[in-house]
Design a protein around this ligand. Structure first.
Ligand code: C2E
Ligand code: CA
Ligand code: CA
Ligand code: CA
Length: 278
């Protein structure tokens, strides 16, 4: 299988089962981080392929680790999920992202939405929509400026419960993106069954385009599928001009990747937004 964009799991890797003391220590440090809110968000722009205009930001969490510096989510989200900490981290992420976006809007920066990643555990949480609505109220951010990204695996289980949650999000006005599309076991029937807004083509399919004909075929198919279902298509991991040109030819709606900008801390993404042509 191709690299799906997941980095090495520093703390929660296979093999760590043999190092229970190390794992226990990381768990302890992560609990402390939750208490002290030792996290930060980096933001990555999402642009319209046709025009290059900014259309949104994705919030990506990092842990300010006391010994290892800034640590990426692939190294601790798994641990957080297995230790019952993910809902605390998720709530912090949601609150921080909504407040930040409201502050930027008030400061006259582009009125675009922020996308937040929800793990399956958070999505299954009791009254997740009520929690989201509360964070929106507290931050004063209008619901149309929040999007949530879920993975395909969420769509496969508990169809009735999933449908109810997605319908409630739609009623609230929060858009939903299916993240990492094509990497899970989702059947295409799920896409039709639920109220969704966007499909995000996984980076592993984008990275070898335009050279790999198989990947070009997959990206083409997903973009067309999205269009047929009246969903917007997003390509992630777009790094090169050639990839962007291909997406333009295919009519892909939105793109995200190092080719536009890496995920950056709030101060830096703010400067980036301020440098955009009006
Ligand atoms: P994701 O949602 O698929 O996010 C995209 C990942 O790809 C990010 O890694 C981003 O830095 C990276 N990326 C973006 N553009 C490019 C590119 O052009 N080239 C390459 N090589 N990589 C690119 P990151 O920030 O390490 O996040 C990894 C994953 O952790 C995310 O994958 C997401 O599933 C998860 N995650 C991040 N923040 C949160 C969060 O607040 N809550 C939860 N539950 N999960 C999160
Ligand atoms: Ca995502
Ligand atoms: Ca993704
Ligand atoms: Ca990915």
């Amino acid at each position: 299988a191709k690299d799906s964009g997941r980095g090495t799991r520093l703390f929660y890797a296979p093999g760590m089962e043999g190092q229970p003391a190390l794992l226990l220590r990381q768990e302890h440090l992560l609990r402390e981080a939750v208490e002290q809110q030792s996290f930060e968000l980096h933001y990555q722009p999402q642009v319209e392929v046709a025009s290059g205009r900014l259309r949104g930001l994705e919030a990506l969490v990092r842990w300010q680790h006391p010994e290892q510096g800034l640590v990426g989510p692939d190294a601790f989200i798994g641990l957080a999920e297995s230790r019952g900490l993910i809902t605390h981290i998720g709530r912090w992420v949601l609150r921080r992202a909504c407040r930040q976006m409201r502050t930027w809007h008030d400061a006259g920066l582009p009125r675009v939405p922020v996308a937040v990643n929800l793990s399956a555990i958070e999505f299954r949480q009791r009254d997740v929509v009520g929690d989201i609505a509360q964070v929106l109220r507290e931050s004063g951010l209008a619901p149309q400026f929040l999007e949530v990204e879920i993975t395909e695996s969420v769509l496969m289980h508990d169809v009735e419960g999933t449908r109810a949650t997605l319908a409630a999000l739609q009623t609230l006005g929060v858009a939903v993106t299916v993240d990492d599309f094509g990497t899970g076991y989702s059947s295409l029937a799920y896409l039709k069954r639920y109220p969704l807004d966007k499909i995000k083509v996984d980076r592993s399919f984008v990275m070898d385009t335009p050279n790999d004909a198989g990947d070009v075929a997959i990206v083409t198919a997903v973009v067309q599928l999205a269009r047929g279902l009246q969903l917007r298509s997003v390509a992630e991991g777009v790094e090169t001009d050639e990839q962007m040109a291909l997406l333009r030819r295919l009519g892909c709606d939105l793109a995200q990747g190092f080719g536009v900008s890496r995920p950056l801390p709030a101060v830096q993404i703010q400067a980036w937004m301020q440098s955009l042509p009006a």
